[in-house]
Design a protein around this ligand. Sequence first.
Ligand SMILES: Cc1cc2nc3c(=O)[nH]c(=O)nc-3n(C[C@H](O)[C@H](O)[C@H](O)COP(=O)(O)OP(=O)(O)OC[C@H]3O[C@@H](n4cnc5c(N)ncnc54)[C@H](O)[C@@H]3O)c2cc1C
Length: 548
Amino acid sequence: MNFSQHNRPQFIAKAESTEFDLLVIGGGITGCGIALDAALRGFKVALIEKKDFGFGTSSRSTKLIHGGLRYLKQFELKLVRDVGRERAIVHRNARHVVLPEKMLLPIVKDGSLGKQSSSLGLLVYDILAGVKRQEQRIMLNKHFTLEAEPLLDETNVTGGGLYFEYRTDDARLVIELAKSAFSEGALLLNYCEAKKFIKNQSGKVAGIEVEDKISNKTFTIKAKKTVNAAGPWVDVLRKEDGSLTGKRLQLTKGVHIVFPYEKIPLKQAVYFDAPDGRMIFAIPRNGITYVGTTDTVYNQDIDSPRAVKADVEYLLKAVNAMFPSVDLKSKDVISSWAGLRPLIHEDGKSPSELSRKDEIIIAPSGLISIAGGKLTGFRLMAEKVVNLVSKLLKDEAGSSFASCTTKKYLLSGGKFNTREELEKHFEELKSNPDFSEIEDEKLRTLFHRYGSEVQKVLSLLSKQKGSNIDEQILFAELDYCIANESVYHAEDFLVCRTGNLFFAHPQTIEFLDKIIETLAIEWHWNNNQKEAALKSVAALFNEAVTFE
Ligand SMILES: Cc1cc2nc3c(=O)[nH]c(=O)nc-3n(C[C@H](O)[C@H](O)[C@H](O)COP(=O)(O)OP(=O)(O)OC[C@H]3O[C@@H](n4cnc5c(N)ncnc54)[C@H](O)[C@@H]3O)c2cc1C
């Protein structure tokens, strides 16, 4: 059976009729990572997500699988080591969507990093993170730093460090995890919100009352153990459980802004000092450059964080100070996104000082909550949580499950054993006469989006009626995502499957009506539903481009 909304009635029937070993709330990177790990160990596992998979923080990050260089400054050595090592594992298991990316760390007059401290810091980082030799840091003099990135200010730069990070498409990584978990037997439902915990006679959580946001019906799911992986919403669910005591979340908002590449044509990604001493990324990618992030305490509506004027001004000031010739203005910003970090509150610490460590909290009701952490460390977090659940089920019910196998599990789309194998696959695609009309860059984007599944997307090209190849590709992708990636709403396709909302704005506007028309035919929408779909995407566009 495909991972498609066409099968939703069967999925819901299964959810209602099964007692699961484990129920996961939250379809971000944390929840989907847990569902995959548990499914691979033989758990009967279900996951519910109130919006789309990845729609929370996991589609709003800096999109780096990184070793957390900045945590060195805070002496979080274990965190640097863990995420550094996980970085290599995530890359190996999802090569198509986690790619090495050279990062330049410029050293500037009066900056927070000097030549010696940068060199030593990067060396310690290489050692702790177990960085392979060919990706270890190289220190550059002023001349070579400016050659690496000519937009830097030559009156201010004194040298630089070049090191490797890995870039990803965070939302796609979540989707690949969800698809992998599904293919290993997990049941995953988007647009299903956990409303109320069902407790047994001893007051232990035994299931959840769920609202299906598509049919508006309510149903229940029974489970022996429940994990709350709701990211920024973790405390909302702990409150509902009546267990919000002791440790609490401190949400901080992080904003990224997007420019057309021509406005800031960086030769490569740069990690630089903002005037207040924080560190900012500027990352060129697929015809745009994005800059971020901010880090400010957030106490407003969790469901709709957005960039405001002050965020944009802060980032513009930082980027213009480091690359004065670009002289960017707020009118140059073509898009933005804002995400919330679900961090653990620590008295007296500023947002940037709060630890990114993950933490597991077990409530008297048995509800297991997991918060904090990074995109990069999701696999390790999942392993810890599933080890815990496995032990509890063994102690309480004598159940026995296999050990964790995710370290060597190639994710959906990532079925390549080596980098050479991946490149060979791409070369074969390029030389296939059926795809000769597609520009190399476009083909590469598609290849990194769908990896070893890309042929299935391209095989749908011949069925498309669009007038040009770009239109045909877009609708082949839509057909594939409807059939295999659980797309229901237009924004599912535009945010978490393709990222087009942020990165291909004009094309999205051009084809929005046709996208909605296609979905309307699939789901038998009436005119009111079509109107609502259009309004919903328009509201998201609006959020990404207006800053109050
Ligand atoms: C600006 C920013 C930049 C970052 N950059 C990086 C980076 O480059 N690299 C890195 O490694 N990490 C980065 N991080 C951290 C990383 O993005 C997060 O740690 C991670 O995405 C959190 O994932 P999550 O699954 O825990 O939460 P989420 O992705 O928010 O998922 C939680 C999900 O739970 C769902 N949910 C909530 N309530 C309910 C309910 N009642 N019923 C059902 N579902 C519910 C939500 O809809 C949501 O989808 C960044 C974070 C931010 C904010």
